[in-house]
Ligand binder design. Structure first.
Ligand code: GDP
Ligand code: IMO
Ligand code: MG
Length: 422
C-alpha cells in the first residue's frame, strides 16, 4: 500500500498545512520528513486558526497516527510549547504522536550559531529563520549531532557538554561567545518532557503500517526552490525538501511512493533573501501582499510577492514527479482585472527558455509574461468546482497545458471548507 507525498513547489508557505489537514481523514498516518521549527503550517477550521511548526498537520484527527520522522530537526523547547497549546485547546495527542529516535536535536547553541553565522555573512545573508536549522543539519552530516534517542542514554549530559564545547570553538572562530546560559534550564526541562513522549524507531512503525495496508501521507516542509541541492543555493534551507526526501527522512523505500501532490499558490511568494525573477516590488506586489496576508507564519516577516513562475514550477514538478497540482489562494487574485503568468525567461545571452537556468544565472533572467484575464468574482463564496467562473477555468486549463499536470484542488480561502475538488 502506498505512501503519498505532499510538497511545496515554490519557496515555502504554499498552503501545505491546510491541504494536509484536509486530506488527512483519508489517511491512517501523517508523517513529517524534514525541516523543523523553521516551518509554519497554518490550519483553519471551526473559526480557529492553528499554526504548527514541528507537529504534523494530521494532529487534529485523534484516530490518525502522526509521526515526526528521522529527517526532522527537533527543538524540544518549541515542541513542548506547541504541544502545550494543543493541550490548552483540548486536542488529544498523547496516544497518536510518535517521534523518531533518529531525529536530530536542536540545541540552544545551534540557535546561537545560526545567528552568529548569519551575522557574519554581511550582505549575503540567507534570511534564515534563526531556529538553528543550518547548524543542526551541519552537525548531522558532520556526524557529531545529538539525536532524540541520545536523551535516553545515561551520558546525555556529557554528550551535550561536548557538543556545546564544539559549538563554542566555532563561535570563537567568528570571535563570538555562545550566549546560551539563560536558555539551558528551559532546554533541559523540555528534554525531560520529551522523554515522556512516544520516542521510537518510526521507520519500523511506518513500514509496519504499510505492510498492514494502511495509507500514509508524507508532509513536506519548506518548498522545492529552497531544497539544499536544487534550490536557489546558497539561499536555501539545509534539507531535501523534494519528494525523494520522504524516503530518507522516514525510512520508506521509493517503491512505496504513489501520488505526489504539488502545492503552489496562484501567484508566488518568498520570505528571506535570494533570487525571485517574477518579484513585484511595486503597488501590485503590495496589493497581493495585503490581499493574501503575506506575512510569515513563523517570523511575522512580510513576504516578497510576485506573479506565478512557470519555468520554476516546471522544474519543481520534474524534480518531485508531481502527479497532481493543488492551486492555492486563487481568491487572493479575485480583485485583479488582469493577471500575469511568467511562461519563459530571457537569459543574458538572449536565449528564450521555458526552463529554470542555473540558480547563479537566475538573478539575471528577464521573465516573459502572458497576460490572463482576471475572473473578478468572489471565489470565497463558492462551494463546488463546477461554480468556478469561466475565466478561472480557462486559466486552469492554460496552467495544465503549460505544466502538463492536472490541477485537482483549487483553494479559495484559508478554511478547510474553502477547498474545491475538480
Ligand atoms: P505552509 O507553510 O505551506 O503550510 O503555508 P503557511 O501556513 O505558512 O501559509 C499559507 C497561508 O495562506 C496561511 O495563512 C493560510 O491560512 C493561508 N491560506 C491557505 N490556503 C489559502 C487560500 O486558498 N486562500 C487564502 N486567502 N488563504 C489561504
Ligand atoms: P514552510 O514549511 C518559507 C526560508 C527562510 C530562509 C531560508 C533558510 O512554512 O513552508 P532556515 O531557517 O531554514 O535556515 O532558512 O529558508 N524558509 C522558509 N520560507 N516557508 C518555510 O517553511 C521556510 N523555512 C525556511 O526564510 O530564506
Ligand atoms: Mg509556512
Amino acid at each position: 500500500m502506498p505512501i503519498d507525498v505532499l510538497v511545496g513547489l515554490q519557496w515555502g508557505d504554499e498552503g501545505k498545512g491546510k491541504i494536509v489537514d484536509v486530506l488527512a481523514p483519508t489517511y491512517d498516518a501523517v508523517a513529517r520528513f524534514q525541516g523543523g521549527p523553521n516551518a509554519g503550517h497554518t490550519l483553519t477550521f471551526g473559526g480557529q486558526k492553528h499554526v504548527l511548526h514541528q507537529v504534523p498537520s494530521g494532529i487534529f484527527h485523534p484516530h490518525i497516527i502522526n509521526v515526526v520522522g528521522n529527517g526532522v530537526v527537533l527543538d524540544p523547547v518549541v515542541f513542548r510549547q506547541e504541544l502545550q497549546k494543543l493541550t490548552d485547546k483540548g486536542v488529544e495527542w498523547g496516544q497518536n504522536l510518535y517521534i523518531s529516535k533518529k531525529a536530530q536535536l536542536i540545541l540552544p547553541s545551534h540557535r546561537a550559531l545560526d545567528r552568529i553565522s548569519e551575522e557574519a555573512r554581511g550582505n549575503t545573508k540567507i534570511g534564515s529563520t534563526l531556529k538553528g536549522i543550518g547548524p543542526t543539519y551541519s552537525d548531522k552530516i558532520g556526524r557529531v549531532g545529538l539525536r532524540v534517542g541520545h536523551i535516553l542514554l545515561p551520558d546525555f549530559q556529557e554528550r551535550y557538554q561536548e557538543a556545546v564545547a564544539h559549538h563554542a570553538s566555532i563561535a570563537a572562530h567568528y570571535h563570538k561567545e555562545l550566549e546560551i546560559k539563560e536558555f539551558e534550564d528551559e532546554f533541559f526541562s523540555a528534554v525531560d518532557f520529551l522523554r515522556t513522549l512516544q520516542l521510537t524507531d518510526t521507520e519500523y512503525l511506518l513500514n509496519d503500517l504499510l505492510a498492514q495496508g494502511k495509507r500514509i501521507l508524507a508532509e513536506g516542509a519548506q518548498g522545492s526552490l529552497l531544497d539544499i541541492d536544487f534550490g536557489t543555493y546558497p539561499y536555501v534551507t539545509s534539507s531535501s525538501t523534494i519528494a525523494a526526501g520522504a524516503c530518507t527522512g522516514l525510512g520508506v523505500a521509493p517503491r512505496h511512493i504513489d501520488k505526489v501532490y504539488g502545492i503552489t499558490k496562484a501567484y508566488c511568494t518568498r520570505v528571506g533573501s535570494g533570487p525571485f525573477p517574477t518579484e513585484l516590488t511595486n503597488e501590485v506586489g503590495e496589493q497581493i501582499r495585503q490581499a493574501g496576508r503575506e506575512f510569515g507564519s513563523t517570523t511575522g516577516r512580510p513576504r516578497r510577492t510576485g506573479w506565478i513562475d512557470l519555468p520554476a514550477l516546471r522544474y519543481a514538478i520534474m524534480l518531485n514527479g508531481v502527479t497532481e497540482l493543488h492551486l492555492m489562494k486563487a481568491d487572493v487574485l479575485d480583485g485583479f482585472a488582469e493577471i500575469q503568468a511568467c511562461t519563459h525567461y530571457r537569459t543574458p545571452s538572449g536565449e528564450h527558455t521555458p526552463n529554470l537556468p542555473d540558480p547563479g544565472q537566475l538573478e539575471a533572467v528577464v521573465p516573459e509574461y502572458q497576460t490572463i484575464p482576471g475572473w473578478q468574482t468572489d471565489l470565497t463564496q463558492l462551494t463546488s468546482a463546477t461554480q468556478l467562473p469561466l475565466a478561472l477555468q480557462e486559466y486552469l486549463s492554460f496552467l495544465e497545458e503549460e505544466l502538463q499536470v492536472p490541477i485537482r484542488i483549487v483553494s479559495v480561502g484559508p478554511d478547510r471548507v474553502s477547498t474545491l475538488f475538480r
